[in-house]
Ligand binder design. Sequence first.
Ligand code: RFL
Ligand code: PHB
Length: 393
Amino acid sequence: MRTQVGIIGAGPAGLMLSHLLHLQGIESVIIECRSQEEIEGTIRAGVLEQGTVDLMNAIGVGERMMREGHFHHGIELRFNGESHRINMSALTEGKNVTVYAQHEVIKDLVAARTQAGGEILFNVKEVSLHDLDSDQPKIRFRNQDGDLQELNCDYVAGCDGFHGPSRPMIPSSIRKEYQKIYPYGWLGILVEAPPSAPELIYANHDQGFALLSTRSLEIQRMYLQVNPNDDIAEWSDDRIWGQLHERLATKDGWKLIEGPIIQKGIIAMRSFVCDPMQYGRLFLAGDAAHIVPPTGAKGLNLAVADVQVLARALDAFYKKGQKDLLQDYTKTCLRRVWKAERFSWYMTSLLHTDPKHSPFERRIQLADLDYLTSSRAAMTSLAENYVGLPMEW
Ligand code: RFL
Ligand code: PHB
C-alpha cells in the first residue's frame, strides 16, 4: 500500500489532519487500533475554542456543531460560597467557547472522511514505524483480518495519543521530555438531568475542586477532584452527590439538579511536553506530543492547532517543494503548546486543593482568586487564554 501521508490514530488530531490534507489535494490513510464504535463512543473533552469552531466551519464539518452545540459567552468561578462571572465575550472582543462533545466532533470528522472516500483502517494491531530517517518511511501493522500490511508513505503523522508507538521512535538521545504529575484525579460523571446553570462553573472549595459542565439539555457532565489512586467503587452515587452539593454550594442557595448517573470514571492529571515533536519524516501531533491537565480545556484544541501547522507545512512541501515550514514544525507548535501548558497548570493550581498546602499557601490561592475576579486586567488574561490565543502567537 502507498499513500502520501500515513496517519497513526483516528482521534481529533489524525482525523482533522486527514481532512485538511484532503482539502489540499494530499492523500492520506489513517490506521486506528480501536473500532469505529469505540472512537465514536469515548467520552472526553467538551469545550471547543473559538479557533477550533471557526476551523470546523471553514472546512465544512461544523454544521451539526452549530445546530447542537452550546455557545458560552462566560464562565463562573465559585469560591467562598460566592459566584463570580468572567464575561469572556466582553473581554475578548466577542469571542466565546462552544460546548460540543469530542465524540461528536469525531463522528462529524469520520462522516466527512468517509463521504470523501477517505481511508480509515479500524481495528489494526501490532503497529510499528520504520525508516523514519529515510525518504521512504513505512508503517507495518496487521489489518482487522490479521494480515500483515505495509503502508509506504512520504511522511508519517504520529497522532496516536499519549500511549501510542510514535513518540518512542524519536531516539532518546535527542528527545527531551518535560513532565509534572499532579496529586489530583478527576472523577467525571454523566448525568441525566437538565442543566443547573447556563454556563460552566469552576469551583474551588476546602474539600476540593468541582466543575459543572454540560452536554445537552438532557445530559450534564460534572467533575470532582479526588485522590488519583481512588477506586471508583469507593465513590457511591450518594457520596458523589454529597460532595458536589457541598463544593458547589453558594450563600444565596443556588440549587444543583440531580439525576441518574449514567457513567462514571476517574482520570489522573499530568502535564507533559516532548521536544522535538519531529524526527526525520515523523511528525507528532496532539496528545502524542503533549498532555495538559483538563482544567484549562485545552487538549483537543492544541491537537487541532498542531495539525493546522502540519497541514500547512505539508502543503508548502507538495505544492512548492518548500521544506522550511516542516523544519520549523516543532518550533512553531511548541510556542503555542508551552503557553497552553502554562495556562492549564495555572488553572489547575488555582482551583484544586492541595493536601500538602500550608494554611499560608491556601490563603494565597484564595487571594489569587479574589484578585482574578476583581481586576479587569486579570480577567482579560484568563478570558483570552480560555477562548484560545491567536494562532500566530
Ligand atoms: P487521542 O484522542 O488520544 O487519539 C489518539 C488515537 O490514536 C489511537 N491509537 C492507535 N492507533 C493505531 N495504533 C496504535 N498503536 C495506537 N495507539 C493509539 C487511539 O485509539 C486514539 O483513537 O489523541 P488526539 O487526537 O491527540 O486528541 C487529543 C484529545 O483527545 C485530548 O487532548 C482531549 O480529550 C483532552 N481533553 C479536553 N480537551 C479540550 O480541548 N477541551 C476539553 O474540554 C477537554 N476535556 C479532556 C477533557 C480529556 C479528558 N480525559 C479523559 C483525559 C476532559 C477529560 C476528562
Ligand atoms: C467537559 O465538559 O468535559 C469539560 C469542560 C471544561 C473543562 C474540562 C472538561 O475544563
